[in-house]
Design a protein around this ligand. Structure first.
Ligand code: GLC
Length: 517
């Protein structure tokens, strides 16, 4: 595969459409709102946007529970609005990636409404139905990601249906040729309409043990599951999905998998000739320390199959906010890593502002996961984007579906664009530096020796070179420069300060990162 495909060099920005920009003042973001903000994304240096689901949905899982794979939910707009978004994005050189959710539909999808009618319904086999155990309990010990059994009894037809996530999202049966064909046709629909890529939800769940055996270890996690996910047959499904995507030139397929920082598991999902891009979630869960990160980067780089292209991500709509996990200084360092490591960076909307989790009052909780497992709800990281600091934050003139949060309002785009030292300006500059540097875009990566609390690595491509030095310590650290970097002129600090070299070493401030080139 060519090194020159667009998505290898792209900075990808995830938009949670409900929370980006509301153009109708109903308190929920929409497609026309995203169009209004494309200029901002262009200014930031974004090459591609990934939209969390926009399809018709009862919104019990905010769009990940779909009732029509080829429509747009009226709350987000219409197909015309979608075409407009594609056209305006492409005119600005911004690609559009859609989230697709093939593992399950909404329980209100017409397919499921038919399927549950009776055990002989022609669509029965489109979902995963099993008889109760002799004692009337669920067919096996599989658990849902959101806690509790992955099976719910359907009183109407007397069998249990499988739901790997919420009960409102019954799993499709990927062993049915009709299901495969129906989902493939939906993918063709969007690819034909001009989308540049697909992010495939829960790809590791697309095949289940054919005999529905119990997980041997009942306390299994989704990284260790042997039966409920990660079946060898997933490879064939990934291959089919990639074939659909590749029927269109220049498109990309990205897969969501759940291995935590298990490198072997992550790289096992690249598929034939490394055509699927499995998200690398390593940085989401690791301790933010030099030694752990160094070991992870080393292991990930070493495990990548031939032709595989790496990627990194620091946040998404399922994970507490980056700045709440690492604090503001840590987040600045994380930005440096994200934009200088080897691979495609995925940036979650608002992380460029250092947005933090918002405490959601109990009467405003939206995420169904919170009711099933208190503390697991994802509302705090899905709050509206603050564009300015006035009431409504420039997001809506209505009542926002989730609170903006007083602190996040103060971190608005407008405030930060006026402050040279802000998180936003840090991202803006780092993205620009990355775009100008062949080494950062496509070069090799080599880890260099450094003090134990410092991570240092070199990127190189021909004459183009860069070195990243990140100090994870609460104390200053003296770092001796590699010989080759001693004459380099450009020094960029994450702490927006002028730095000059004195001799062959640098004194890095606590949590400071620098980029030398
Ligand atoms: C993925 C999504 C998450 C969604 C779930 C079920 O993990 O990222 O937001 O709720 O799948 O579709």
């Amino acid at each position: 595969m060519s090194t020159d495909v667009w998505w290898k060099k792209a900075v990808v920005y995830q938009i949670y459409p409900r929370s980006f920009q509301d153009s109708t003042n109903d308190g929920v973001g929409d497609l026309a709102g995203i169009v209004q903000r494309l200029d901002y994304l262009k200014w930031l240096g974004i090459d591609a946007i990934w939209l969390s689901p926009i399809y018709p949905s009862p919104m019990q899982d905010f769009g990940y529970d779909i009732t029509d794979y080829t429509g747009v939910d009226p709350r987000f707009g219409s197909l015309q609005d979608f075409d407009q978004l594609i056209a305006r994005s492409h005119a600005l050189g911004i690609r559009v990636i859609l989230d697709v959710v093939p593992n399950h539909t909404s329980s209100e999808h017409p397919w499921f409404l038919s399927s549950r009618q009776s055990q002989t319904n022609p669509k029965r086999n489109w979902y995963v139905w099993r008889d109760p155990k002799a004692d009337g309990g669920p067919p096996n010990n599989w658990r849902s990601v959101t806690g509790g059994s992955a099976w719910s009894l359907d009183e109407l037809s007397g069998q249990y249906y499988l739901h790997s996530f919420l009960p409102c999202g019954p799993d499709l049966n990927w062993r049915s040729a009709d299901v495969r064909a129906a989902v493939a046709s939906a993918l063709h629909f969007w690819l034909g309409r001009g989308v540049d890529g697909l992010r495939i939800d829960m790809v590791d769940f697309l095949a289940k043990d054919a005999r529905f055996r119990d997980e041997a270890d009942a306390s299994y996690t989704f990284a260790t599951a042997q039966r409920h996910l990660n079946q060898p047959e997933v490879a064939q499904t990934i291959e089919e999905i990639c074939q659909v995507v590749e029927a269109y030139p220049d498109r990309v397929a990205i897969g969501e998998i759940n291995p935590g920082s298990n490198v072997a598991r992550t790289v096992s999902y690249y598929g034939k000739e490394s055509r699927l891009q499995p998200f690398n979630f390593g940085l989401l869960g690791l301790p933010f320390e030099a030694a752990a990160l160094k070991a992870y980067i080393q292991a990930y780089e070493a495990a990548l199959p031939a032709e595989a292209w790496p990627n990194y991500t620091l946040g998404n709509h399922d994970t507490p906010r980056l700045a709440s996990r690492l604090g503001q200084p840590g987040s600045r360092l994380a930005a440096l890593l994200l934009l200088t490591l080897r691979g495609t960076p995925y940036l979650y909307y608002g992380d460029e502002l250092g947005l933090e989790n918002v405490v959601i009052p109990s009467d405003q909780i939206q995420d169904a996961w919170e009711a099933r497992q208190p503390g697991k709800g994802r509302d705090p990281c899905r709050t509206p984007m603050p564009w300015h600091s006035e009431s409504g934050a420039g997001f809506t003139q209505g009542e926002a579906w989730l609170p903006v949060g007083a602190q996040n309002r103060q971190r608005s785009v407008e405030c930060q664009q006026q402050d040279e030292a802000s998180m936003l300006m840090l991202y803006h500059r780092l993205i620009a530096l990355r775009k100008r540097s062949p080494a950062l875009l496509s070069g090799s990566l080599q880890l260099l020796n450094a003090p134990s609390e410092v991570l240092m690595y070199e990127r190189a491509l021909g004459d183009s070179q860069a070195i990243t030095i990140a100090n994870f310590s609460k104390a200053s650290q003296k770092v001796v420069l590699p010989d080759k970097a001693r004459g380099w002129q450009s020094i960029f600090s994450t702490q927006a300060r002028e730095l000059s070299k004195s001799g062959d070493s640098f004194e890095l401030l606590p949590h400071e990162g620098i980029l030398l080139s």
